[in-house]
Each structure stands twice: as C-alpha cells, then as structure tokens.
Design a binder for this molecule. Structure first.
Ligand code: AMP
Ligand code: TRP
Length: 348
C-alpha cells in the first residue's frame, strides 16, 4: 500500500486527537549517523506501537547532532532521509506529529532557561557525557549541555512518556528533576515525564563486538546493520557475527552475548519473546541460526527500503514537515512564553 495516499488527512486528525486528551508520547533520534537496526528495534518500532494508544510526537533532533563534528551537507541530507525512514518503518503521519527540532526556535530558547536551573554537579553525573568526552579530542560545551536541550525538547510539549533506550534513561530523569525544581520555584509549569524502556530489544549489540551497543556513530560500521544496507551486506554482516565456540543456542546475555544478541534481534522482529526464540532454535547450529536471522532481517529491511524509496521522492515529505512545524510551534511558543513570564523576562 502507498502509505502516503491514505485518505485520512493527518492535519485534521492531529487536531482531533489533541482534543481527546490522550497521554502524549515524544521521542527523537539524533541524525548523527545513519539509522541502524538498533534504532529500529530500540526506538522506532516502539513508537509504531505507541502511536495506536497515545498522541505521538516524533522529531529529528538535528541540533543535538552537532555536539559532535558533522559535515553540513551530509547532515542536511540525513535529516530528510531519517524523516522518510521514520515513515517507512511504520510511523503513520496521520497519527504522529513529525518535525525537525531546529525549525522550531523555542527549543533552544527554553533550553537556556533550563540550563540556569541545572546544577553543574548533576549535569556532570551524566554517564553519556563522561563516555563521549573520553572518546573525543575537542569536547564542546554543547556536548555537556546536550541533556538540557533534551529536557527542553521534552518539557516544551508536556510529554507524559519518553520512549528511549536504556542509555538515555538518565537524561529523561534529569529532565524530570529540572521540571520538578522549576515547578517548586515558580508554580506548576511542566509535566514530569517518564521514560519508557522496551523490555526486549532495549539494547541491540554490535555484531562484531557483542559487548558494545550497535551504534550509528560507530567508526567502522562493521558490526552495524544500517536500515539502508543492501541484502548482500546485511547477510555478510550477520553471517560474520562474533559468537562463541560451544555451538549451543542459549539465551544468556552475560555468558553468550553474541548468540543472545542474534536471538534478541530475531525475537524483536518476529514480536515474540527471547525465550520463545531460544526454543525455536534449540536444535540449530550457529550457521543455521545466523542464516535464519539474516532472512528475517533482510525481509524486514527490504520492505522498509521499498517504502523509503517511494517516500523520499515524493513531495508529501515537505507537507508533513510543514504541518509538524506548525503544530509544534504553537505549543512550544505558549510554553516558552509562560516560562519567560514566570522567570520575569522582558514584557512577556
Ligand atoms: P543513538 O543511536 O545512540 O543516538 O541512540 C538513540 C536512541 O535509539 C536510543 O535512546 C535508543 O532508544 C535507540 N537505539 C539506538 N541504538 C540502539 C541499540 N543498539 N539498541 C537499542 N536501541 C538503540
Ligand atoms: N538523545 C537522543 C539520542 O540519543 C535524542 C533526543 C534528543 C531525544 N532530544 C530528545 C530523545 C528528547 C527523546 C526525547 O538520539
């Protein structure tokens, strides 16, 4: 089906959904690298599920991406690519508000006020900053304040739930603490957000080193499956996944991280639990296990790629993004003005 030709007109539906007083869910994936199988399982698929129950906001946090060095041309292309991929992976523009962070100037504005209500001590405890700053040479102030911009992304929209991987949980908790502090100082202003962490697939590991996360910013990309990888590449990466030598298919993430990762990938895509996947593969050797996991990944990704090719060349993308900008600007402006007024700024 051509998902963009569906009758339901997203703008109207979005407005209607707003009136029904649904809980709001919001998340984004920074375009700092190409989206991966980890992004799909850990984040986008979760949103595809939540869009049925909640009012959903999904955005491209492009301002976060420049906390590490980016090529401007590539970044620009990737932002649009990611929007197309969100939709190809099943995010329905009629059920989601889809937008680009930098197109809405209020994110950075609110972030400044939040920075002035965040202590150096608590920001310094963010483990992602500690990890990332160790790996980089010229660490910017932006990398340090990154979680506060993220708090702004969340608090601007009174999000009830923020689906994130386990590595981002601490950032959502920081947002919650800042919101709580602000509310106590100035009266009720922000909703306290809750992180939603998926049980299965919270962390898909790198195929060539199953003790580290499959990351879109990985330097070699050897153990990373990108959503737009071709079939041959996908198969090759899975067939050469690092495992162990005892040839028993058992789900045991501590002692058998490689095999457990393959079982997690399989079970997430098949929407079954890992134990059930283990049962299914109990008489398989590693070669056959890998082959069947590869078949499943190829089937999923080729379907996504077909939809992606249809969307990336259509003019609907601009319409969807204009609509997203219009909706989010109104909400964000109102919240920012309320905050500016409460802290005593200008003539707000
Ligand atoms: P990152 O790719 O590091 O920017 O992560 C952004 C978000 O994508 C995380 O908070 C997770 O929700 C999801 N994600 C990214 N990589 C993975 C992965 N390997 N496994 C599970 N979730 C992931
Ligand atoms: N930090 C998230 C990532 O690593 C992206 C992000 C930015 C985000 N702002 C957010 C996620 C707000 C959830 C809510 O990709």
């Amino acid at each position: 089906v051509n998902i963009l030709k569906k009758k339901s007109y997203y703008y109207i539906i979005n407005k209607k959904r707003k009136c029904i007083n649904m809980k709001r869910v919001l998340t984004g994936l920074q375009p700092s690298g190409e989206l991966t199988l980890g992004s799909l399982i850990g984040s986008i698929s979760q949103m595809v599920k939540y869009q049925e129950e909640y009012e959903s906001f999904m955005f491209v946090p492009d301002m976060h991406a420049i906390t590490v060095k980016q090529d401007p041309k590539l970044l620009k292309e990737r932002i649009i690519k990611n929007v197309a991929l969100y939709i190809a992976c099943g995010l329905d523009p009629s059920k989601n508000t889809i937008y680009i962070q930098s197109e809405n100037l209020y994110h950075a504005n609110l972030s400044w006020v939040l920075e002035c209500h965040t202590y150096i001590g608590e920001a310094s405890r963010m483990t992602q900053f500690k990890d990332k700053s160790k790996k980089q040479e010229n660490v910017t102030v932006g990398l340090f304040t990154y979680p506060i911009l993220m708090a702004s992304d969340i608090l601007l929209y009174d999000a009830d739930y923020v689906p994130v991987g386990i590595d981002q949980k601490q950032h959502v908790e920081l947002a919650r603490n800042i919101a709580d502090r602000f509310n106590k100082m100035y009266g009720d202003t922000f909703k306290l957000p809750e992180p939603l962490i998926p049980e299965v697939g919270a962390k898909i590991m790198d195929l060539s080193d199953p003790t580290k996360k499959m990351s879109k910013s990985d330097a070699t990309g050897k153990g990373v499956i990108y959503l737009l990888d071709d079939e041959k590449t996908i198969r090759k990466k899975i067939m050469s996944a690092v495992t162990d030598s005892d040839n028993k298919v058992i789900y045991d993430p501590i002692n058998k991280p490689g095999i457990s990762n393959l079982l997690t990938i399989y079970s997430s895509l098949k929407k079954i639990d890992a134990k059930k996947a283990e049962e299914h593969f109990k008489d398989y050797n590693y070669g056959n296990l890998k082959k069947e996991v590869a078949d499943t990944v190829v089937e999923t990704l080729l379907d996504i790629q077909n939809k992606y090719n249809e969307i990336i060349n259509s003019d609907k993308l601009n319409e969807i993004l204009d609509n997203g900008r219009e909706i989010t600007e109104k909400i964000a402006k109102e919240k920012t003005y309320e905050v500016f007024k409460k802290v005593g700024f200008g003539r707000y």
